[in-house]
Design a protein. Structure first.
Ligand code: NDP
Length: 333
């Protein structure tokens, strides 16, 4: 068994020496457990938070502990009558090649319905974050303008596509021409703006001639600065992620903009609401049904970025925090 543990806590952008690869025995099974061989590991922005000791909505990974993460795995041995050898499951087994798990935390996957990798992306946690945040908080209506950044990733791409299903105009934001073109051509965004362009603010304004009714917040920072003046009266802002500041520990540079922001929250009657997708856990069955239909009918498209080998996970993860991934980032083991 190989596993990647947290060797030390990063202060800003993680470095390779914050991780360590270890070899251990393949775990033995207790009654009720299954032995899983991990096939795919999901790399997600939230893992940066788990590397820090700072208090957040979830407990951090301990120093020396296995890095946390969602996985798609195959049952290779079983002491649980509900599971057969060869079944494919969604588990939360972390950055390692084998894991012993109790059946209760697992979800069986049907490889004949949709490719099993989607359980880590569009048909899993990130897709559900997009779905639940957009529909519960964003509530896009026909003809409204929805803006979302990280538009080529699993959350942003699903937000844009569902916005269009609901009859809204979808404006994406992404880093670099390649991602922008892909988001427009494949995900069907009405317009996609490159946040690395020097005239980002002006282009965004042009792309939103009627202002912004829903800003699905994934990144914060200069993207927030660009969208903020365009918000319409009664705009809704589901705050899903702030990836541009995950490597900052503060205090933050620049003038304090909170008074200005709060004045707009008041005068424009804005709704700003943060959420973690599991806040809406009771809606998962509805999501799985609806998303299965959208995927099998080809209504919703997705893109994966797959790297090979567990030892590549740290570099790929660090790259994602810098926008180097292109689609849902997965490690194939
Ligand atoms: P992605 O696969 O889209 O990867 C992250 C992307 O963020 C990068 O590719 C990059 O895209 C963009 N990015 C990174 N740094 C910056 C920056 N400084 N400014 C602007 N963009 C940047 O990730 P996900 O779709 O998995 O996640 C998107 C967001 O959703 C994250 O903030 C994540 O934390 C959040 N999230 C929240 C959940 C919740 O329950 N609240 C659940 C799942 C995700 P580009 O090059 O296009 O800028």
């Amino acid at each position: 068994n190989r596993r990647i543990v947290l060797a030390s806590r990063p202060v800003s952008l993680p470095a390779l020496d914050n991780f360590r690869i270890e070899r251990t025995a393949i775990p033995s099974l207790e009654e009720g457990q299954v032995l899983l061989k991990i096939r795919y590991l999901s790399l997600d922005p939230y893992m940066r938070g788990r590397m820090s000791a700072a208090k957040s909505y979830a407990t951090p990974v301990e120093i020396g502990g296995v890095m946390e993460g969602g996985t798609v795995a195959e049952v290779v041995a079983t002491k649980n009558p509900d599971y057969r050898i060869g079944e494919i499951v969604l588990s939360h087994s972390g950055w390692q090649t084998y894991a012993a798990e109790h059946g209760a935390g697992l979800r069986k996957l049907d490889p004949d319905l949709v490719p099993v990798t989607t359980a880590l992306g569009v048909f899993g946690m990130p897709g559900f974050a997009a779905y639940s945040g957009l529909l519960n908080i964003g509530q896009p209506a026909t003809g409204e303008t929805v803006v979302v950044a990280a538009a080529s990733g699993p959350v942003g791409s699903v937000v844009g596509q569902i916005a269009r299903i609901k009859g809204a105009r979808a404006v994406g934001i992404a880093g670099g021409q390649r991602k922008c073109e892909f988001a427009k051509n494949t995900f069907g965004f009405d317009s996609v703006i490159d946040h690395t362009s020097p005239d980002f603010d002006a282009r965004l304004r042009e792309a939103c001639p009627n202002g912004v009714d829903v800003y699905f917040e994934n990144v914060g920072g200069k993207v927030w600065d660009g969208v903020f003046p365009l918000l319409n009266k009664f705009a809704r802002i589901p705050v899903c992620g702030l990836i541009s500041q995950y490597n900052d520990s503060g205090p933050f540079d620049g003038p304090d903009r909170l008074p200005l922001v709060m004045a707009s929250v008041l005068s424009k009657s804005l709704t700003v609401r943060g959420f973690i997708q599991r806040d809406f856990a009771d809606q998962r069955p509805v999501f799985y049904n609806e998303m299965a239909d959208w995927l099998t009918q080809g209504v919703i498209k997705y893109k994966e970025d797959i790297v090979d080998g567990l030892e590549q996970a740290p570099e790929a993860f660090i790259g994602m925090l810098q926008g180097k991934n292109f689609g849902k980032l997965l490690v194939r083991l």
